[in-house]
Design a protein around this ligand. Structure first.
Ligand SMILES: [Zn+2]
Length: 137
């Protein structure tokens, strides 16, 4: 039994080293991946409660799609691009959580402009290109 235990430990160490080698230069996981997997899981859970076969199939495809997406991001070698995706996702989350401000895109240069909420109609000046536009906050 002892022999089997040490064999198992050796196998574990080998697999661990193999996995580390495999992951060299690959992206790994991040907050966006966690969110993608979470969304996939939610889709999976909903399929358990759906009676409609077609809806069930669509949800299952979405769930697999999300999981595949998360996996392909984890093993991606394009770490810069994956990092940028995650950064955008975190920024988006900040915007959703931010109840004090509203975010608008400048109609001319697409720059994101943050303005305080609940001020009624205000004139906004784009900080980048100085274009003025009116928005209700
Ligand atoms: Zn602008």
């Amino acid at each position: 039994m002892n022999g089997f235990g040490s064999w198992l430990r050796q196998l574990g160490a080998k697999l661990g080293a193999g996995m580390r080698n495999f992951m060299v230069g690959r992206y790994g996981t991040d907050k966006l991946n966690t969110a993608i997997l979470g969304a996939g899981l939610i889709a999976c859970v909903i399929t358990m409660f759906t009676k409609n076969k077609l809806f069930d199939l669509i949800l299952a495809l979405i769930a697999y799609g999300f999981m595949f997406w998360a996996l392909s991001r984890t093993f991606s070698r394009n770490t810069y691009k994956r990092y940028q995706e995650n950064r955008k996702f975190l920024q988006l989350m900040d915007w959703i959580k931010d109840r004090q401000h509203r975010y608008y895109n400048c109609p001319r240069c697409r720059q994101v402009v943050r303005v305080p909420r609940g001020k009624g109609k205000i004139a906004i000046t784009c900080p980048k290109c100085r274009k003025k536009f009116i928005k209700k906050t």
